[in-house]
Write a protein that binds this ligand. Structure first.
Ligand SMILES: [Ca+2]
Ligand SMILES: [Ca+2]
Length: 470
Protein backbone atom coordinates (compact mmCIF):
# COMPACT_ATOMS: atom_id res chain seq x y z
CA UNK A 1 0.00 0.00 0.00
CA UNK A 2 1.42 3.27 -1.03
CA UNK A 3 0.87 5.93 1.51
CA UNK A 4 1.03 9.62 1.62
CA UNK A 5 4.08 11.06 3.27
CA UNK A 6 2.11 13.98 4.55
CA UNK A 7 2.08 14.34 8.25
CA UNK A 8 -1.68 14.22 8.54
CA UNK A 9 -3.07 11.63 6.18
CA UNK A 10 -6.78 12.05 6.73
CA UNK A 11 -8.38 10.48 3.71
CA UNK A 12 -7.02 7.60 1.72
CA UNK A 13 -8.25 4.93 -0.55
CA UNK A 14 -8.57 1.88 1.57
CA UNK A 15 -6.88 -0.46 -0.70
CA UNK A 16 -4.34 -2.83 0.58
CA UNK A 17 -4.91 -3.45 -3.06
CA UNK A 18 -3.56 -6.49 -4.62
CA UNK A 19 -1.10 -7.95 -2.23
CA UNK A 20 1.72 -9.88 -3.74
CA UNK A 21 2.45 -11.69 -0.54
CA UNK A 22 0.40 -14.40 1.15
CA UNK A 23 -2.00 -13.24 3.85
CA UNK A 24 -0.58 -13.00 7.31
CA UNK A 25 -1.64 -15.37 9.97
CA UNK A 26 -4.47 -13.89 11.96
CA UNK A 27 -3.91 -13.02 15.57
CA UNK A 28 -4.71 -15.94 17.78
CA UNK A 29 -7.34 -13.93 19.61
CA UNK A 30 -8.80 -11.72 17.01
CA UNK A 31 -11.71 -10.65 19.10
CA UNK A 32 -9.92 -10.31 22.37
CA UNK A 33 -7.60 -7.71 20.96
CA UNK A 34 -10.50 -5.31 20.58
CA UNK A 35 -11.36 -3.07 23.45
CA UNK A 36 -14.05 -0.46 23.28
CA UNK A 37 -13.91 2.29 25.80
CA UNK A 38 -17.18 3.50 27.24
CA UNK A 39 -18.25 6.80 25.86
CA UNK A 40 -16.26 6.53 22.67
CA UNK A 41 -19.25 6.08 20.47
CA UNK A 42 -20.35 9.41 19.05
CA UNK A 43 -23.85 10.50 19.85
CA UNK A 44 -26.21 9.85 17.01
CA UNK A 45 -28.44 12.71 17.91
CA UNK A 46 -28.28 16.25 19.13
CA UNK A 47 -25.44 17.08 16.79
CA UNK A 48 -23.95 20.46 17.49
CA UNK A 49 -23.72 22.96 14.67
CA UNK A 50 -20.44 22.72 12.87
CA UNK A 51 -19.13 26.00 14.18
CA UNK A 52 -19.92 25.04 17.75
CA UNK A 53 -18.29 21.68 17.29
CA UNK A 54 -15.23 23.28 15.83
CA UNK A 55 -15.12 25.94 18.49
CA UNK A 56 -15.40 23.28 21.12
CA UNK A 57 -12.24 21.76 19.79
CA UNK A 58 -13.86 18.66 18.36
CA UNK A 59 -11.14 18.54 15.78
CA UNK A 60 -8.18 19.19 17.97
CA UNK A 61 -6.77 15.77 17.27
CA UNK A 62 -6.33 16.69 13.63
CA UNK A 63 -3.56 19.23 13.20
CA UNK A 64 -5.03 22.34 11.70
CA UNK A 65 -3.41 23.93 8.74
CA UNK A 66 -4.36 26.94 6.77
CA UNK A 67 -5.47 26.17 3.25
CA UNK A 68 -8.85 24.99 2.14
CA UNK A 69 -11.65 24.53 4.60
CA UNK A 70 -15.20 23.33 4.69
CA UNK A 71 -17.73 25.62 6.33
CA UNK A 72 -21.49 25.24 6.72
CA UNK A 73 -24.17 27.91 6.35
CA UNK A 74 -27.81 27.40 7.30
CA UNK A 75 -29.21 30.28 5.29
CA UNK A 76 -28.19 32.85 2.69
CA UNK A 77 -28.23 35.41 5.48
CA UNK A 78 -25.77 33.39 7.50
CA UNK A 79 -23.62 32.95 4.40
CA UNK A 80 -23.55 36.69 3.81
CA UNK A 81 -22.70 37.40 7.42
CA UNK A 82 -19.93 34.82 7.34
CA UNK A 83 -18.46 36.25 4.15
CA UNK A 84 -18.58 39.73 5.61
CA UNK A 85 -16.76 38.52 8.70
CA UNK A 86 -14.12 36.75 6.60
CA UNK A 87 -13.25 39.20 3.83
CA UNK A 88 -10.08 37.33 2.87
CA UNK A 89 -11.87 34.05 2.23
CA UNK A 90 -12.64 32.93 -1.28
CA UNK A 91 -15.41 30.44 -1.96
CA UNK A 92 -14.29 27.77 -4.41
CA UNK A 93 -17.52 25.83 -4.52
CA UNK A 94 -20.57 24.80 -2.58
CA UNK A 95 -22.61 21.68 -2.09
CA UNK A 96 -25.96 21.64 -0.35
CA UNK A 97 -27.42 19.03 1.95
CA UNK A 98 -30.14 21.00 3.71
CA UNK A 99 -27.48 23.49 4.67
CA UNK A 100 -24.83 24.78 2.31
CA UNK A 101 -21.29 23.51 2.66
CA UNK A 102 -18.67 25.69 1.08
CA UNK A 103 -15.08 24.94 0.18
CA UNK A 104 -13.15 28.09 0.99
CA UNK A 105 -9.56 29.20 0.95
CA UNK A 106 -7.76 32.28 2.11
CA UNK A 107 -9.10 32.24 5.64
CA UNK A 108 -7.18 34.37 8.08
CA UNK A 109 -5.06 32.12 10.32
CA UNK A 110 -7.19 32.76 13.40
CA UNK A 111 -10.34 31.79 11.54
CA UNK A 112 -8.57 28.81 10.10
CA UNK A 113 -8.08 27.44 13.58
CA UNK A 114 -11.83 27.09 13.81
CA UNK A 115 -12.28 25.49 10.43
CA UNK A 116 -11.77 21.97 9.27
CA UNK A 117 -8.32 21.16 8.04
CA UNK A 118 -7.72 20.47 4.44
CA UNK A 119 -7.51 16.77 3.83
CA UNK A 120 -5.51 15.41 0.99
CA UNK A 121 -4.13 12.07 0.70
CA UNK A 122 -2.58 9.14 -0.86
CA UNK A 123 -2.53 7.73 -4.31
CA UNK A 124 -4.21 4.64 -5.63
CA UNK A 125 -2.18 1.48 -5.70
CA UNK A 126 -2.05 -0.67 -8.75
CA UNK A 127 -2.79 -4.36 -8.66
CA UNK A 128 0.17 -6.43 -9.73
CA UNK A 129 -0.78 -10.05 -9.90
CA UNK A 130 -2.60 -10.72 -13.12
CA UNK A 131 -4.93 -13.58 -13.78
CA UNK A 132 -6.28 -14.38 -17.18
CA UNK A 133 -7.80 -17.72 -16.24
CA UNK A 134 -11.55 -17.90 -16.35
CA UNK A 135 -13.97 -18.39 -14.91
CA UNK A 136 -12.50 -16.93 -11.78
CA UNK A 137 -15.45 -17.54 -9.55
CA UNK A 138 -14.06 -20.97 -8.72
CA UNK A 139 -11.09 -19.20 -7.18
CA UNK A 140 -13.13 -16.79 -5.08
CA UNK A 141 -12.87 -18.41 -1.67
CA UNK A 142 -15.51 -16.22 -0.11
CA UNK A 143 -18.09 -17.06 -2.80
CA UNK A 144 -18.23 -20.65 -1.54
CA UNK A 145 -20.82 -22.23 0.75
CA UNK A 146 -19.60 -21.88 4.30
CA UNK A 147 -18.48 -18.34 3.60
CA UNK A 148 -20.62 -15.69 1.85
CA UNK A 149 -22.16 -18.37 -0.40
CA UNK A 150 -22.42 -16.05 -3.38
CA UNK A 151 -22.61 -19.17 -5.54
CA UNK A 152 -25.84 -20.15 -3.81
CA UNK A 153 -27.17 -16.62 -4.07
CA UNK A 154 -26.45 -16.51 -7.78
CA UNK A 155 -28.27 -19.79 -8.30
CA UNK A 156 -31.34 -18.26 -6.65
CA UNK A 157 -30.90 -15.09 -8.68
CA UNK A 158 -30.63 -17.02 -11.94
CA UNK A 159 -33.75 -19.00 -11.11
CA UNK A 160 -35.69 -15.75 -10.81
CA UNK A 161 -34.08 -13.92 -13.68
CA UNK A 162 -37.19 -14.15 -15.84
CA UNK A 163 -39.24 -11.98 -13.53
CA UNK A 164 -36.63 -9.45 -12.53
CA UNK A 165 -36.70 -5.86 -13.64
CA UNK A 166 -33.80 -3.85 -14.94
CA UNK A 167 -30.48 -4.14 -13.12
CA UNK A 168 -29.94 -1.70 -10.26
CA UNK A 169 -27.57 1.24 -10.55
CA UNK A 170 -24.77 1.47 -8.00
CA UNK A 171 -22.71 4.61 -7.52
CA UNK A 172 -19.07 3.74 -6.91
CA UNK A 173 -17.35 6.75 -5.39
CA UNK A 174 -13.69 6.09 -5.97
CA UNK A 175 -10.86 6.76 -8.42
CA UNK A 176 -13.00 6.45 -11.52
CA UNK A 177 -14.09 3.31 -13.32
CA UNK A 178 -12.89 1.80 -16.55
CA UNK A 179 -15.71 2.24 -19.04
CA UNK A 180 -14.57 -0.27 -21.63
CA UNK A 181 -13.91 -3.29 -19.45
CA UNK A 182 -15.92 -6.14 -20.99
CA UNK A 183 -17.05 -7.42 -17.60
CA UNK A 184 -18.55 -4.08 -16.53
CA UNK A 185 -21.60 -2.07 -17.47
CA UNK A 186 -20.45 1.44 -16.69
CA UNK A 187 -22.98 4.17 -17.43
CA UNK A 188 -20.47 6.96 -17.04
CA UNK A 189 -17.85 8.45 -14.86
CA UNK A 190 -18.63 11.68 -13.12
CA UNK A 191 -16.17 14.13 -11.72
CA UNK A 192 -16.70 14.56 -8.01
CA UNK A 193 -13.37 16.19 -7.30
CA UNK A 194 -13.19 18.98 -9.79
CA UNK A 195 -16.77 19.92 -10.43
CA UNK A 196 -17.09 22.66 -7.87
CA UNK A 197 -20.64 23.43 -8.79
CA UNK A 198 -23.53 25.01 -6.98
CA UNK A 199 -26.48 22.82 -6.34
CA UNK A 200 -28.43 24.05 -9.32
CA UNK A 201 -25.61 24.01 -11.82
CA UNK A 202 -25.43 21.53 -14.62
CA UNK A 203 -23.51 18.44 -13.61
CA UNK A 204 -20.43 17.36 -15.42
CA UNK A 205 -20.73 14.01 -17.11
CA UNK A 206 -17.34 13.96 -18.71
CA UNK A 207 -15.45 10.75 -18.45
CA UNK A 208 -12.43 10.94 -16.22
CA UNK A 209 -9.30 8.90 -16.16
CA UNK A 210 -10.17 5.59 -14.66
CA UNK A 211 -7.95 3.55 -12.44
CA UNK A 212 -7.54 0.07 -11.16
CA UNK A 213 -8.94 0.78 -7.73
CA UNK A 214 -12.27 2.16 -8.87
CA UNK A 215 -12.54 -0.47 -11.57
CA UNK A 216 -11.90 -3.28 -9.10
CA UNK A 217 -14.51 -1.91 -6.69
CA UNK A 218 -17.05 -1.61 -9.49
CA UNK A 219 -16.28 -5.13 -10.61
CA UNK A 220 -16.94 -6.67 -7.23
CA UNK A 221 -20.34 -4.98 -7.33
CA UNK A 222 -21.49 -5.91 -10.78
CA UNK A 223 -19.19 -7.96 -13.02
CA UNK A 224 -21.31 -9.81 -15.52
CA UNK A 225 -21.86 -13.52 -15.90
CA UNK A 226 -20.48 -13.63 -19.42
CA UNK A 227 -17.92 -16.41 -19.52
CA UNK A 228 -15.17 -13.90 -18.92
CA UNK A 229 -13.27 -13.29 -15.70
CA UNK A 230 -15.57 -13.66 -12.73
CA UNK A 231 -18.85 -12.27 -11.49
CA UNK A 232 -19.71 -9.49 -9.07
CA UNK A 233 -22.16 -9.77 -6.23
CA UNK A 234 -24.98 -8.42 -8.41
CA UNK A 235 -24.00 -9.56 -11.91
CA UNK A 236 -24.86 -6.96 -14.49
CA UNK A 237 -25.56 -4.19 -11.99
CA UNK A 238 -24.97 -0.88 -13.72
CA UNK A 239 -22.18 1.29 -12.44
CA UNK A 240 -22.15 5.03 -12.07
CA UNK A 241 -18.51 5.83 -11.41
CA UNK A 242 -17.91 9.01 -9.46
CA UNK A 243 -14.28 9.97 -9.30
CA UNK A 244 -13.10 11.81 -6.22
CA UNK A 245 -9.39 11.86 -6.82
CA UNK A 246 -8.11 15.11 -8.23
CA UNK A 247 -5.36 15.45 -10.80
CA UNK A 248 -2.78 14.57 -8.18
CA UNK A 249 -4.56 11.48 -6.93
CA UNK A 250 -5.61 13.25 -3.74
CA UNK A 251 -9.03 13.15 -2.11
CA UNK A 252 -10.73 15.84 -0.08
CA UNK A 253 -13.83 15.76 2.07
CA UNK A 254 -15.32 18.30 -0.26
CA UNK A 255 -14.87 16.03 -3.26
CA UNK A 256 -16.55 13.19 -1.38
CA UNK A 257 -19.43 15.43 -0.39
CA UNK A 258 -19.73 16.58 -3.96
CA UNK A 259 -19.80 12.95 -5.08
CA UNK A 260 -22.52 12.18 -2.55
CA UNK A 261 -24.42 15.12 -3.91
CA UNK A 262 -24.12 13.69 -7.41
CA UNK A 263 -25.29 10.29 -6.17
CA UNK A 264 -28.29 12.01 -4.60
CA UNK A 265 -29.08 13.81 -7.81
CA UNK A 266 -28.80 10.62 -9.81
CA UNK A 267 -30.81 8.78 -7.20
CA UNK A 268 -33.87 10.88 -7.76
CA UNK A 269 -36.74 8.48 -8.40
CA UNK A 270 -39.46 9.52 -10.79
CA UNK A 271 -37.41 11.95 -12.78
CA UNK A 272 -34.20 10.13 -13.57
CA UNK A 273 -31.29 12.09 -14.87
CA UNK A 274 -31.06 11.97 -18.68
CA UNK A 275 -27.73 10.14 -18.44
CA UNK A 276 -29.58 7.29 -16.76
CA UNK A 277 -32.88 7.51 -18.61
CA UNK A 278 -31.19 7.62 -22.01
CA UNK A 279 -29.43 4.39 -21.14
CA UNK A 280 -32.55 2.66 -19.91
CA UNK A 281 -31.33 2.78 -16.34
CA UNK A 282 -33.23 3.64 -13.19
CA UNK A 283 -31.99 5.85 -10.39
CA UNK A 284 -28.96 5.11 -8.21
CA UNK A 285 -30.03 2.59 -5.56
CA UNK A 286 -26.83 1.97 -3.60
CA UNK A 287 -23.62 3.90 -2.86
CA UNK A 288 -20.25 2.23 -2.27
CA UNK A 289 -17.24 4.14 -0.93
CA UNK A 290 -13.91 2.38 -0.39
CA UNK A 291 -12.14 5.36 1.09
CA UNK A 292 -11.61 7.11 4.38
CA UNK A 293 -9.19 8.45 6.93
CA UNK A 294 -8.81 9.27 10.57
CA UNK A 295 -11.25 11.71 12.09
CA UNK A 296 -13.06 10.89 15.33
CA UNK A 297 -15.39 13.90 15.23
CA UNK A 298 -18.93 13.98 14.04
CA UNK A 299 -18.87 15.76 10.68
CA UNK A 300 -22.32 17.26 10.19
CA UNK A 301 -21.90 17.57 6.43
CA UNK A 302 -21.55 13.80 6.14
CA UNK A 303 -24.40 13.15 8.52
CA UNK A 304 -26.65 15.32 6.39
CA UNK A 305 -25.42 13.82 3.14
CA UNK A 306 -26.11 10.27 4.32
CA UNK A 307 -29.49 11.31 5.66
CA UNK A 308 -30.51 12.93 2.40
CA UNK A 309 -29.47 9.77 0.55
CA UNK A 310 -31.58 7.75 2.96
CA UNK A 311 -34.52 9.98 2.04
CA UNK A 312 -34.04 8.62 -1.49
CA UNK A 313 -33.88 5.02 -0.27
CA UNK A 314 -30.14 4.76 -0.90
CA UNK A 315 -27.90 2.95 1.60
CA UNK A 316 -24.27 4.08 1.79
CA UNK A 317 -21.58 1.47 2.44
CA UNK A 318 -18.20 2.78 3.57
CA UNK A 319 -14.94 0.94 4.28
CA UNK A 320 -13.93 0.66 7.94
CA UNK A 321 -10.26 1.17 7.05
CA UNK A 322 -7.09 -0.86 6.73
CA UNK A 323 -5.25 0.61 9.69
CA UNK A 324 -5.72 -2.34 12.05
CA UNK A 325 -7.22 -0.04 14.63
CA UNK A 326 -8.97 -1.97 17.36
CA UNK A 327 -11.10 0.76 18.89
CA UNK A 328 -11.98 3.08 16.04
CA UNK A 329 -12.68 3.02 12.34
CA UNK A 330 -12.10 5.46 9.51
CA UNK A 331 -14.14 8.52 8.68
CA UNK A 332 -16.62 8.77 7.08
CA UNK A 333 -17.43 5.12 7.87
CA UNK A 334 -17.71 6.18 11.52
CA UNK A 335 -20.34 8.81 10.80
CA UNK A 336 -23.99 8.26 11.75
CA UNK A 337 -25.85 6.97 8.73
CA UNK A 338 -22.89 5.16 7.14
CA UNK A 339 -22.86 1.37 6.96
CA UNK A 340 -19.29 0.50 7.95
CA UNK A 341 -17.81 -2.59 6.32
CA UNK A 342 -14.76 -4.54 7.43
CA UNK A 343 -12.91 -7.38 5.74
CA UNK A 344 -12.48 -11.06 6.54
CA UNK A 345 -9.86 -13.50 5.35
CA UNK A 346 -9.52 -17.26 5.14
CA UNK A 347 -6.60 -18.88 6.86
CA UNK A 348 -6.25 -22.61 7.46
CA UNK A 349 -9.86 -23.02 6.35
CA UNK A 350 -11.04 -20.72 9.10
CA UNK A 351 -12.44 -17.27 8.57
CA UNK A 352 -10.96 -14.41 10.56
CA UNK A 353 -11.04 -10.69 10.62
CA UNK A 354 -8.27 -9.60 8.27
CA UNK A 355 -5.40 -8.30 10.43
CA UNK A 356 -5.58 -4.86 8.84
CA UNK A 357 -9.36 -4.42 9.11
CA UNK A 358 -10.12 -1.65 11.58
CA UNK A 359 -12.67 -2.39 14.30
CA UNK A 360 -14.77 -0.13 16.45
CA UNK A 361 -18.16 0.72 17.89
CA UNK A 362 -19.60 1.85 14.55
CA UNK A 363 -18.93 -1.43 12.74
CA UNK A 364 -21.89 -2.74 10.77
CA UNK A 365 -20.81 -5.86 8.87
CA UNK A 366 -17.88 -7.58 7.24
CA UNK A 367 -17.43 -9.28 3.88
CA UNK A 368 -14.92 -11.82 2.59
CA UNK A 369 -12.76 -9.43 0.63
CA UNK A 370 -9.22 -10.55 1.37
CA UNK A 371 -7.36 -11.92 -1.68
CA UNK A 372 -10.21 -11.93 -4.15
CA UNK A 373 -10.17 -11.36 -7.88
CA UNK A 374 -11.50 -8.18 -9.41
CA UNK A 375 -11.34 -6.48 -12.80
CA UNK A 376 -8.64 -3.94 -13.45
CA UNK A 377 -8.38 -1.02 -15.79
CA UNK A 378 -7.33 -1.87 -19.31
CA UNK A 379 -6.57 1.73 -20.14
CA UNK A 380 -4.19 1.99 -17.20
CA UNK A 381 -2.50 -1.25 -18.08
CA UNK A 382 -2.34 -0.87 -21.81
CA UNK A 383 -4.69 -3.74 -22.52
CA UNK A 384 -4.60 -7.44 -21.99
CA UNK A 385 -4.85 -7.68 -18.22
CA UNK A 386 -8.39 -8.02 -17.07
CA UNK A 387 -8.50 -9.29 -13.51
CA UNK A 388 -6.14 -9.12 -10.56
CA UNK A 389 -6.05 -9.98 -6.89
CA UNK A 390 -7.58 -7.27 -4.76
CA UNK A 391 -7.54 -6.87 -1.03
CA UNK A 392 -8.68 -4.89 1.94
CA UNK A 393 -11.76 -3.22 3.29
CA UNK A 394 -11.77 -1.65 -0.18
CA UNK A 395 -12.82 -4.96 -1.67
CA UNK A 396 -15.14 -5.94 1.17
CA UNK A 397 -17.18 -2.74 0.88
CA UNK A 398 -18.37 -3.16 -2.72
CA UNK A 399 -19.18 -6.77 -1.89
CA UNK A 400 -21.61 -5.59 0.79
CA UNK A 401 -22.90 -2.84 -1.49
CA UNK A 402 -23.24 -5.41 -4.26
CA UNK A 403 -25.30 -7.67 -2.03
CA UNK A 404 -27.53 -4.69 -1.23
CA UNK A 405 -27.91 -4.13 -4.97
CA UNK A 406 -28.75 -7.78 -5.56
CA UNK A 407 -31.38 -7.66 -2.82
CA UNK A 408 -32.77 -4.43 -4.24
CA UNK A 409 -33.05 -6.14 -7.60
CA UNK A 410 -34.56 -9.42 -6.45
CA UNK A 411 -36.87 -8.00 -3.79
CA UNK A 412 -38.16 -5.05 -5.81
CA UNK A 413 -41.42 -6.84 -6.64
CA UNK A 414 -42.23 -7.55 -3.03
CA UNK A 415 -40.86 -4.55 -1.21
CA UNK A 416 -40.58 -1.86 -3.86
CA UNK A 417 -43.43 0.12 -2.35
CA UNK A 418 -41.83 0.58 1.04
CA UNK A 419 -41.14 4.22 1.96
CA UNK A 420 -37.50 5.00 1.07
CA UNK A 421 -36.22 5.40 4.61
CA UNK A 422 -38.03 2.26 5.72
CA UNK A 423 -36.44 0.37 2.85
CA UNK A 424 -32.94 1.41 3.90
CA UNK A 425 -33.61 0.44 7.51
CA UNK A 426 -35.06 -2.91 6.62
CA UNK A 427 -32.41 -3.70 4.05
CA UNK A 428 -29.71 -2.98 6.62
CA UNK A 429 -31.56 -5.02 9.23
CA UNK A 430 -31.91 -7.85 6.74
CA UNK A 431 -28.23 -7.95 5.87
CA UNK A 432 -27.38 -7.92 9.57
CA UNK A 433 -29.95 -10.55 10.49
CA UNK A 434 -28.89 -12.95 7.76
CA UNK A 435 -25.14 -12.54 8.35
CA UNK A 436 -23.00 -15.29 9.84
CA UNK A 437 -22.02 -14.36 13.36
CA UNK A 438 -18.24 -14.46 13.76
CA UNK A 439 -16.01 -13.64 16.72
CA UNK A 440 -17.73 -13.22 20.05
CA UNK A 441 -21.48 -13.96 20.10
CA UNK A 442 -23.77 -11.42 18.41
CA UNK A 443 -22.63 -7.92 17.48
CA UNK A 444 -19.00 -7.21 18.24
CA UNK A 445 -16.67 -4.36 17.29
CA UNK A 446 -14.53 -6.53 14.99
CA UNK A 447 -17.20 -8.03 12.76
CA UNK A 448 -20.20 -5.84 13.52
CA UNK A 449 -23.23 -8.08 13.10
CA UNK A 450 -21.08 -10.64 11.32
CA UNK A 451 -20.01 -11.49 7.80
CA UNK A 452 -22.66 -11.14 5.10
CA UNK A 453 -24.20 -14.34 3.80
CA UNK A 454 -25.53 -13.74 0.31
CA UNK A 455 -27.51 -16.95 -0.08
CA UNK A 456 -29.25 -16.60 3.27
CA UNK A 457 -30.04 -12.98 2.49
CA UNK A 458 -31.74 -14.01 -0.73
CA UNK A 459 -33.77 -16.88 0.64
CA UNK A 460 -35.03 -15.18 3.81
CA UNK A 461 -38.01 -12.80 4.07
CA UNK A 462 -36.96 -9.21 4.61
CA UNK A 463 -36.13 -8.58 8.25
CA UNK A 464 -38.12 -6.08 10.26
CA UNK A 465 -35.48 -4.64 12.55
CA UNK A 466 -31.81 -4.80 13.45
CA UNK A 467 -30.86 -7.58 15.85
CA UNK A 468 -30.19 -6.63 19.45
CA UNK A 469 -26.54 -5.80 19.89
CA UNK A 470 -26.10 -7.53 23.22
CA1 LIG B 1 -17.66 -12.18 -15.93
CA1 LIG C 1 -20.03 -11.65 16.63
Amino acid sequence: MRRSHRSTPILALLLGACATTPPQAPPTQTVARVSVQPGEKPSKSGLPPVDAALSAGARQQAPVRTGRHLVGWSSPREASAWKEAHPTARVLGTVTFRKTWALVEGLAPAAALLATAERKLSLPVTPRRIATVEPLDSLQWSFKPGYMDVEGAHALWRAQSGRLGRPPVVAVIDTGTETSHPDLDVLSNLDGANSLVDEDDILTTEADPASDHGTACAGLVGSKVNGLGGSGMAPGARILGIRVTDGNGSISDFAILQALKLATRYGQAGEPHPLLADNGAGPVRVVSMSLGGYDPAIIPAYVEAFDVLKDKGIPVFVASGNEAWTDKISAPANQPGALAIGCTMRYLDTEWLAPYSSAGPEMFLTAGGNMVYAPVSLSVRGGGAQWALFNGTSSATPMAAGLAALLTWVLADTYGDLPPRTWVDRLAAHMATTADDLGSPRWDPSYGYGRINARRALETPLAEALPERL
